[in-house]
Design a protein around this ligand. Structure first.
Ligand SMILES: [Fe+2]
Length: 199
């Protein structure tokens, strides 16, 4: 069975002006399609065929073609899922309480998340993730993620793509502007749902 190319729940121009249509078109139509196809080719005929994406992420650390493309596939699916046109600011009571208890306030969490994304050297992702029921912020290089248990360990509930392909057309070298714009399109309803499934 092959992993399916995920259609977006919104149009390419739906996240404007925060994330531009041309970037979304290339990012989803070319990059995400590439990760999907390369993942399917890389696992074909191997013992990974038929495993869930999470099982592949946990067990393919030493096989770059699978690690990178499985990461690319999973990370982008999460990224598309946790964004929505105009954003949705409805952080659930439970997640809000956990953010306040862990970071002190939503604003402190936001500052930590932005710092993690802004200071990740080169390509990668920044995450809000859950490990043993607790919230953490961190970043990973390339297409790695916390599920792999390499640099970080846990289940991501929010992630931002900080590869240049995610922002360079509109923001050029201004990665912090892109990260701030991302906060305008986060679907906190979806992030809360993911959190509540894990705790
Ligand atoms: Fe990307």
């Amino acid at each position: 069975m092959k992993f399916e190319f995920t259609e977006l729940a919104y149009n390419y121009d739906a996240l404007e002006p925060h994330i531009d249509a041309r970037t979304m078109e290339i990012h989803h139509g070319k990059h995400h399609a590439g990760y999907t196809n390369k993942l399917n080719s890389a696992i074909e005929g191997t013992s990974f065929e038929g495993l869930s994406i999470e099982e592949i992420l946990k067990n393919a650390k030493d096989i770059p073609a699978i690690r990178n493309n499985a990461g690319g596939y999973y990370n982008h699916n999460l990224f598309w899922e946790i964004m929505t046109p105009s954003g949705n600011k409805n952080v659930s009571t439970k997640l809000k309480k956990a953010i306040d208890n862990t970071f002190g306030s939503f604003e402190v969490f936001k500052a930590e998340f932005i710092a993690a994304a802004a200071t990740q050297f080169g390509s990668g992702w920044a995450w809000l993730y859950v490990h043993n029921g607790e919230l953490y912020v961190g970043a990973t290089p390339n297409q790695d993620n916390p599920i792999m248990g390499i640099e970080l360990e846990g289940e991501p509930i929010l992630g931002i793509d900080i590869w240049e392909h995610a922002y360079y057309l509109k923001y050029q070298n201004l990665r912090p502007d892109y990260i701030n714009a991302f906060f305008e399109v986060i679907d906190w309803n979806k992030v809360s749902e993911k959190y509540e499934k894990l705790v």
